[in-house]
Every structure is written in C-alpha cells, then in structure tokens.
Design a protein around this ligand. Structure first.
Ligand SMILES: [Fe+2]
Length: 421
C-alpha cells in the first residue's frame, strides 16, 4: 500500500492510499483575498472534477488554504480534519458551510483514517499562530506537507530523525505584506526584496535538509496578483519560482531531489511524476502573468465593482469599532503604543487616526503631526474590516494596503493584535 499525490495547485493536493482520499487546503476558485490572489500556474480542475472525497484537511484559516467558495461546492459528507485550536472561529466558519463531521485533531497524536492503514499526525507551528503541518503515512510511504506552517530547526531536525520522509511540500517564496506593500526608498526596497527572496530559498533548502527528505516539492507559493495596479508585486526581484528553489536545492543539497509539481501532476509511489502537461517556462513568469491579467481583465474589474461600497457613516463605524476594542481591553493600547494614521481612499474615506499612545479618545479625524505607521486602504476594505466581519489578516494579505513606518521598525504588537481580530 502506498500513497499517490495529485497536485491541484498552490497548497492544494489530493493524497490517496488504499481507496481513502484526503483533499488538502482546497482553494479551487479564483480570486481569493478580496479579489487579489489568483492561481499561477492556473488550476486545471474544478471541485466537481475531484470525485468522491473522504477527508478534507484544512491547515489553517488563511484564505489561500480555507476558501469557503470552494468548500461550498464540495460534498458535505466529507469529514473535515483540522487541529484543535483554542479559538473557535475557524471551526465555526467550517460548520456554517454545512459540514457536520468536523474532527478536531490533537497535535502530535496519530490518527488512523477509516481503518485503511492510512494515518495522519498534525504538527504545531513554532509561532503563536493557529496553523498546522500534516504528516501522512501508510505502510510504505511517508509524506510531510508543511505548507506555510513555521517550524523551528529543532522541530524539523526531530522529524527528520524520527521519520523516513519520502516526500515533503515546503514553501519557497514570500507571502507577506513585507516588504512589497511598504513604501521604502527604491534602493532600500530592492535590497529588502532581494534579502526576502534569498531567505526563502535558503529556508526551502535548509528545511528539506533538516527533514532528511528524499524528495522536496516547492509549494504553497503558486499564486499571482493580477489587478493591473498590483502587477509590480509579481516581479522576479521579489518572488521566487519553483525552478529557482529546485536549482538551489540541486546546488546545495544534491542528495535531495527537488520536484516541480504543477496543477494536475501526480506523484507515484515509486517517486516518479506523471505530468499533466509540460511545466510553464518559469523564465517567462512575469510575461505569462501579464497575459493572464489581460485575459481576465473583465472578471478582475467586475470583482472590484461588486465589492460592497463604503456607506456614508464609514467614519462613525470606524470610530465605534476601534474605540470599542480599546475600551474593552485598554492594555492593548499600552502594548501597541504607536500612532497609526489611516488613509482611507475613496467615497466616505479620509484621514483618520488610531492613537494607541493615549489613555482614551484614541480615534479621531485628521492628519497627525507624528505617526509611526501609515496604512492606506481602499474604503471598501476598511468597511469590510470594521462593519462586515472581514478578517484583518485577510485584508492585509490582499496586498491592497500600502504601508509606511516611522521609525523603520516592525511593530509586532500591533500586527499580532490586528491580524488576530
Ligand atoms: Fe498562511
């Protein structure tokens, strides 16, 4: 008995063994993250092409892993596998989609699926975020899908010692608002982009090595931003291709085989790939993305046009939202302790301030004399965040925010607080 893996796209894949099928992180619709993220290379299947699914594993709540639009098209009799997180929101959002069998797995425990000889174990992140990696085993095969779960070297090393990992899926490129969405002087911006790019390539190689995997696939970074004003974020100065990750692996750790999997490709138990079609020419990545952007121009424009428009009282809602949060727990203001300037763009927007250095009256209109973080958003997105239940983490990851900071320092307290709201 051995596992086969069909790569669907980005972080989504289908693992099967002995007739049991697990679909992982089904993001199967475009676009995600408030009309920003599209699959690249494009998907080759729709949810209906997948056939019967026994289990759906969802690693975490980010929109490129947990996509309600995809899940709503899948059969609700599938059993959902997630980690047992303390916060209930993720679980409740899945249940609201109509799935009744949600199995919350304890980290570190091995669960046998369907009595089929296939087992899974979830590995917790070494960061204070709700995320998970999954180890899937049957009699003959061990596959570790790390996706974007951050593991420390000690954890990776231990896994490498304890398991004989045939195949692992690891990230290879950035998926964060830093540095792409920040305003820095051009020279410094290019430096930061290069550093980020290099760090991700190094991480791909060092993680594969610590895991002592036999084969490693660059995954969970196969997306592009297609809106014309976001195209610059796809530049090769910033984004790695799977081809670059594999090239680096071949140079630094030739004992590990790098495999490029593109939508539709199947990994067979003998370690070979059945290609669905030839891999894209990664040296033309930017050109291909620009062509895709032109091809989908109407759909992109229609997506933005369909977003709920900000209402006349947007500022009042903004005021109530942030004042309410800070009143509820004034300790937050003390911890964050910076002045944030919100430039809200579009009808019913304006210059607004959330001043965390104050004891009260935190929120007011105007341009502050001194600010530490400036966030420029479309009014439609701020409306999502303050009044429509939009998750700030998803809003930030749409990369539709423009940021500046003064001094040039990461404010961990602010980002951790905002992105967990
Ligand atoms: Fe994520």
């Amino acid at each position: 008995m051995a596992i086969t893996v069909t790569y669907i796209g980005h972080a989504c894949m289908l693992m099967e063994s002995g007739g049991t099928r697990i679909l992982m992180d089904p993001w199967l619709t475009d676009p995600a993250y408030h009309n920003a993220w599209w699959h690249f290379p494009p998907l080759e299947v729709t949810p209906r092409d997948l056939g019967p699914i026994d289990y759906i594993y969802i690693s975490h709540e980010h929109a490129d892993h947990f996509d309600p639009a995809s899940l709503s098209q899948l059969d609700k009799s599938a059993k959902i596998l997630i980690a047992r997180y303390r916060r209930r929101r993720f679980h409740d959002r899945i249940r609201a989609l109509g799935f009744s069998d949600i199995q919350e797995l304890e980290f570190g425990q091995t669960y046998s699926l369907n009595g089929s000889g296939l087992s899974v174990r979830l590995i917790p992140p070494d960061r204070p975020w709700d995320d998970s990696a999954i180890l899937v085993k049957d009699r003959d095969t061990t596959v570790l899908n790390v996706n974007d779960c951050h593991l420390d070297d000690a954890t990776l090393e231990r896994l490498g010692r304890e398991e004989r990992i045939d195949l692992t899926f690891l990230t290879f490129t950035g998926a964060s608002q830093y540095p792409g969405c920040f305003e820095f002087p051009l020279g410094s911006k290019i430096e930061r982009w290069r550093a980020s790019k290099e760090a991700h390539l190094d991480e791909f190689v060092s993680w594969a090595r610590l895991l002592r995997a036999r084969q490693a696939v660059p995954a969970a970074g196969n997306y592009a931003l297609l809106a014309p004003e976001q195209l610059f974020l796809n530049t090769p100065n910033y984004v790695n291709t799977p081809a670059e990750a594999i090239e680096r692996l071949a140079r630094v750790a030739p004992e590990i085989e790098g495999l490029q999997m593109n939508p539709g490709d199947v990994w067979l138990p003998d370690g070979t790939l059945r290609r669905y079609k030839p891999a894209p020419d990664w040296s033309r990545r930017m050109e291909l993305i620009e062509a895709l952007s032109r091809q989908h121009a109407d759909k992109i424009a229609a997506g933005f046009a369909a977003e709920p428009q900000a209402p006349r009282d947007l500022y009042d809602r903004f005021y109530e939202y942030f004042t309410g949060l800070l009143r509820e727990d004034p300790g937050i203001a003390k911890r964050v302790n910076i002045v944030t300037h919100w430039v809200v763009d579009g009808p019913y927007g304006g210059d607004w301030v959330v001043d965390f250095t104050r004891d009260r009256d935190w929120v007011y209109r105007g341009v502050p004399n001194q600010w530490n973080l400036r966030l420029k958003w479309p009014a439609t997105l701020v409306y999502q965040g303050v009044a429509c239940g939009g998750i700030w983490d998803d809003l930030v990851l749409s990369f539709r925010v423009r940021l500046a900071r003064n001094p040039d320092r990461y404010n961990k307290e602010f980002w951790t607080w905002l992105c967990k709201l």
